[in-house]
Design a protein around this ligand. Structure first.
Ligand SMILES: Cc1ncc(COP(=O)(O)O)c(C=O)c1O
Length: 427
């Protein structure tokens, strides 16, 4: 099973790599050979055959290659570029901050204006109990911080996570993931982690008075954008409150408008004790944050002092970018239009090979029959100028997560391309 999965992943990467060669201008081939060689020589590899697409510019929903061919970025760099590429307001904020200063002191000791501005803006948009922010550099770091906070606040060590969750690549976040293919080679990981079945209320019995926290994505990303049911999240909230366990929502992928709300938990009548955000929060710049109440967060400030510190966390330039991006998003109608754009995708993506579409808002997983169909469609799409992707734990689905700025006309165009790609092997 494990080897079969590895082979599928390997095969997918080699297919996409071959595709790239297909559309490349022959005049650029010598250049590509050099840059490709340097890439392979000097950049650490995360798969045996990375696709090695090279885009040199981004604008709106498009990425451009060296020959100025436009490609629709239908995955937003995995849910990061929610405002598209090169948003002018975000760039202005970045440049303005760079002209002032880029770094002063490790997070939390000095008063850093851009961090405060972002925290204030975000806290106005969140429930009162989510008003204290610990900024970091990435999603995985937000998970790590929340792990420590939950243990420190509750004095407990047991943690519960959901089967098939994705929480990141650091040792702590990897410990919260049930998929042995990804975790086995890196063991031992954190002890005392237990897994519940996503959307199965009976499996919540595993949560007890020894449990420090439960980590959950309200919409499981890498399993193929599977939303939690309302009943499940409500039962989970009740169980956590009953046992004094902290409820942690990982909204690293679902956050910043992707589902039509600022955070996906707003679709449910459930508020977490700790909220994790990253990816699109930085407007394209690296950032991560765990958010909680002042009372809970206070437990990290003493005994030991400086028990959780970060040199670059909440980088002023990232915070300035995030603040501009959040202002842009919340003063636009982008989030209001997510639902109708989702409906349009669902209406247009009808094809005998499409077995179903899961997800919420502009995070959609298109279920095909097999991994063969997925890789073939990905190949045909990139040949036609549309970048799509697949999922770590569900290789039979196509990932669609475009920038929220995508217009209805552009949705019609990309859907026509996807349908054409699905028909392509009949040509
Ligand atoms: C739901 C979720 N949690 C955590 C992470 C880890 O974030 P990062 O890659 O920024 O460390 C990701 C990244 O894809 C994610 O989708």
């Amino acid at each position: 099973m494990r080897f079969a999965k590895a082979n599928r992943i390997f095969f997918a990467r080699s297919i996409t790599h071959r595709t790239f060669r297909f559309y490349l201008n022959p005049l650029l081939k010598p250049y590509l050979r050099i840059i490709k060689k340097s890439f392979l020589n000097h950049i650490a590899q995360t798969s045996p055959t990375p696709p090695m697409y090279e885009f040199v510019r981004g604008d709106g929903i498009y990425l451009f290659d060296k020959q100025n061919n436009a490609f629709v970025d239908l995955i937003s760099g995995i849910a990061v570029n929610n405002l598209g590429h090169n948003n002018k307001k975000v760039i202005y904020a970045i440049k303005k901050q760079l002209d002032k200063y880029s770094h002063q002191m490790v997070y939390g000791e000095y008063v850093i204006g851009p961090q405060i501005k972002l925290a204030k803006r975000l806290s106005k948009l969140l429930p009162d109990t989510l008003d204290t922010f610990y900024f970091l550099n990435s999603g995985s770091e937000a998970v790590e911080g929340a792990l420590k906070l939950a243990k420190k606040y509750t004095g407990r060590s047991k943690l519960v996570a959901m089967k098939n969750a994705y929480h990141g690549s650091t040792s702590g976040s990897l410990s919260l993931m049930s998929d042995e293919y990804y975790s086995a080679p890196f063991k031992p990981l954190l002890p005392n982690i237990h897994f519940a079945e996503f959307n199965d209320i009976s499996s919540l019995d595993i949560i007890d008075k020894q449990t420090a926290a439960v980590f959950i994505e309200p919409i499981q990303a890498e399993k193929g954008y599977i939303p939690a049911t309302n009943q499940f999240l409500q039962a989970l909230r009740d169980k956590c409150s009953e046992t004094g366990t902290l409820l942690v929502f990982d909204e690293i992928q679902t956050g910043i408008g992707r589902t039509g709300k600022l955070y996906a938990f707003e679709h449910y009548n459930v508020v977490p004790d700790i909220l994790l955000s990253a990816k699109a929060l930085g407007g394209g710049m690296p950032i991560g944050v765990f958010i909680s109440s002042k009372e809970i967060m206070k437990s990290l400030s003493d005994n030991p002092i400086l028990g959780h510190i970060t040199t670059f966390g909440g980088h002023p330039v990232s915070c300035a970018a995030g603040n501009a991006a959040l202002k842009f998003l919340t003063t636009s109608s982008l989030m209001d239009k997510v639902a109708e754009k989702e409906t349009l995708f669902r209406e247009l993506l009808v094809h005998p090979k499409i077995k179903g579409i899961s997800g919420v808002g502009l995070m959609l997983a298109v279920q095909l029959d097999s991994f063969d169909e997925v890789e073939c469609t990905m190949k045909r799409c990139i040949e036609r100028g549309v970048i799509i992707d697949w999922f770590l734990y569900n290789t039979d689905c196509l990932r669609i997560a475009p920038p929220l700025i995508i217009t209805k006309k552009q949705i019609r165009e990309v859907c026509a391309t996807i349908l054409e790609a699905l028909d392509a092997d009949k040509e």
